[in-house]
Design a protein around this ligand. Structure first.
Ligand SMILES: Cc1cc2nc3c(=O)[nH]c(=O)nc-3n(C[C@H](O)[C@H](O)[C@H](O)COP(=O)(O)OP(=O)(O)OC[C@H]3O[C@@H](n4cnc5c(N)ncnc54)[C@H](O)[C@@H]3O)c2cc1C
Length: 383
């Protein structure tokens, strides 16, 4: 596969004169930034407080949804074609494709503007979609409760990314390209005026520092406090009953939008388990806490599942997991130049994985002097 990036593998000095960058955080954001910088011939030192990858990071999981359907967040829908191209560039560099196209079924149980706003965006970017007659929904996905469904839509241009494999392969690839990894090295201070970080009581200097610290970012970037808020989210990994196993194994991504739940369902494909979460944000919690979801964490998720799925009590529970990401008031990303030698990246609100290579490439363009900081900030706000 041919890399599509304009400056891929250029290894010419960056126009900005930046030669060395420190990245904080080895989630998908930090690793993608390291990838985008290394492709431009810029040296990278990457600091991570835990192991690399870190099981406590938001990025560490079996699967994530990639899609063009974006409801009111139409600015992000417009970025998706470029985002898919950058994933292709990453697969090309890694020599393996960790994405499977499944299509998606959106089951609408609430009468909001999701269909109209999404259809307008999909028309604009040329992605196919069609209504599923409700009597056919029963046949296609009998595990869904069809009572109360107002509309069902099949949408193309969506599928599953496999994060754990992506993170691991990226680390191996980047190490071979000369990226220096500093695992178990918590950064305690960032100086974006001077491009410096403090880790293990020692100051490390570079031409630029990029903070991609996920749900911990507000500890290092004071201006993000109260704006990028850590949110504890619960997900369930389930084992379907034997009579539904084959149906689930070939199911697409399913999103159910209800007044009381926003359920996203990732089918058990390609070595992953069936996973269901709720897109509504808790906006509480501390990212240092463990990742075991309590009964209280999953209570409302079960309520939504019993309402929107059939026979859900016949499913076996494999894991109740808590995880953290940051959320902003309007779900838009916060990506900012925080000083003459510093950037902070919080690609958040539960949709940051799919856009990580695009966010990274955009920030790397600004750092390399290929684009202005304000232009990149505006673009990534997705407005
Ligand atoms: C359950 C769940 C479902 C999701 N579903 C989707 C989906 O379907 N599609 C999608 O696109 N997105 C989805 N997301 C969101 C997506 O996973 C996140 O937006 C993305 O992974 C964030 O990546 P990140 O690199 O910014 O943060 P993280 O992955 O959390 O990485 C940040 C890293 O920084 C490190 N760090 C923090 N502080 C320091 C420090 N002081 N010093 C050194 N290192 C530090 C952390 O240890 C961590 O490894 C989901 C998230 C969750 C939790």
């Amino acid at each position: 596969m041919q890399a599509t990036h304009s400056n891929a593998d250029a290894a010419v000095p960056a126009k900005s004169g930046v030669r060395r960058v420190i990245v904080v955080g080895a989630g998908i954001a930090g690793l993608s930034i390291a990838w985008s910088l290394a492709r431009r011939g810029i040296e990278v030192d990457l600091f991570e407080q835990g192991s690399i990858p870190n099981p406590k990071s938001s990025s560490f999981d079996e699967h994530r949804i990639n899609r063009h359907a974006y409801g009111r967040l139409q600015g992000y829908a417009r970025l998706m074609p470029e985002s898919f191209r950058l994933w292709d560039a990453m697969w090309s560099d890694l020599g393996v494709r960790h994405y499977e196209s499944t299509g998606g079924i959106y089951v609408l149980r609430t009468d909001d503007d999701w269909y109209e706003t999404t259809a307008a965006s999909l028309d604009e970017v040329g992605v196919d979609y069609h209504d599923i007659p409700l009597d056919q929904l029963e046949r296609l996905v009998p595990m869904i409760e069809s009572e109360g469904v107002l509309r069902a839509v099949h949408v193309g241009g969506s599928g599953l990314l496999y994060p754990n494999r992506i993170l691991t392969d990226l680390v191996v690839h980047l190490a071979a390209r000369g990226v220096r990894f500093h695992a178990m090295s918590a950064v305690t201070e960032v100086d974006p005026e001077r491009g410096e970080v403090t880790a293990g009581g020692k100051v490390h200097a570079a031409d630029m520092v990029v903070v991609a610290a996920g749900a911990w970012i507000d500890r290092l970037v004071p201006s993000f406090r109260g704006q990028a808020v850590p949110s504890r989210q619960a997900v369930l990994f389930l084992a379907p009953p034997p009579d539904l196993a084959a149906l689930w194994a070939s199911a697409p991504v399913i999103v159910v939008k209800d007044d009381e739940a926003g359920l996203y369902t990732l089918p058990p494909r390609n070595g992953t388990r069936l996973k269901i979460g709720d897109h509504r944000f808790s906006r509480i919690g501390d990212a240092d806490e463990d990742r075991l979801a309590t009964e209280a964490d999953v209570e409302s998720l079960w309520h939504g599942l019993r309402k929107c799925y059939r026979d859900i009590d016949r499913y076996g529970v494999l894991e109740q997991k808590a995880c953290y990401y940051t959320v902003t008031e309007d779900e838009n990303f916060l990506v900012r130049a925080i000083g003459p030698q510093g950037w902070a990246v919080s690609a958040c609100s539960g949709h940051g994985f799919k856009l990580a290579p695009l966010v990274a490439d955009s920030v790397a363009r600004a750092i390399a002097g290929e684009a202005g900081a304000a232009e990149i900030e505006r673009k990534l706000e997705g407005r």
